[in-house]
Design a protein. Structure first.
Length: 174
């Protein structure tokens, strides 16, 4: 018991010392004169703005699906090699080129399929540094071979901020 007490005494004493120093330093002012409250507000405003940026990008991307505009869609995704992935229904595509050429282009070229609505909405977005994730509903309506249909699906996106610009790295829709 004495051995345990001696082994615990030094770490406990150091912990109390650090805690008391932290308590003295943890007033309302930070070394650079900023208040903790103003820093928290700045971070909150920045995160709120970044969430809005992510959601705006996803909304714009979904409107381009509705417009069948492959060229414009490329501005919103990671284009290099296998940096972009999508898992959609039973399939998956690794890389933007694979998704564009083997999924989107044939689907958009299909004259029997006409999207009348394809909209991402009801976002739940998280931003942490240069990464963001969002879950959302996909509200779609389309005409396929003369038959009108509509449905709501679910989506998840992972985005990466590259030099101040958000890009989609991964999508999962089901």
């Amino acid at each position: 018991m004495k051995n345990i007490s001696k082994k615990l005494a030094l770490p406990l004493a150091l912990g109390l010392l650090v805690a008391s120093c932290s308590a003295q330093q943890s007033g309302d002012q930070i070394n650079d004169g900023s208040s903790r409250e103003s820093l928290t507000q700045k971070v909150s405003v920045n995160l709120s703005q970044e969430k809005q940026n992510v959601e705006a990008l996803l909304t714009n991307y979904s409107s381009l699906i509705n417009a069948k505009d492959l060229a414009a869609m490329e501005a919103f995704v990671l284009l290099d090699g296998t940096d972009f992935t999508i898992f959609e229904g039973k399939g998956n595509n690794i890389g933007w080129t694979d998704y564009r050429d083997n999924h989107l282009a044939p689907e958009f070229a299909n004259q029997d399929l006409v999207f009348t609505k394809y909209e991402f909405k009801d976002y739940r977005t998280n931003v942490s540094g240069d990464l963001a994730s969002a879950t959302f509903a996909i509200d779609m309506a389309y005409n396929y071979k003369g038959k009108n249909s509509s449905m709501t699906r679910n989506g998840t996106a992972i985005l990466k901020n590259i030099n101040g610009v958000w890009k989609i790295a991964h999508l999962h829709t089901s």
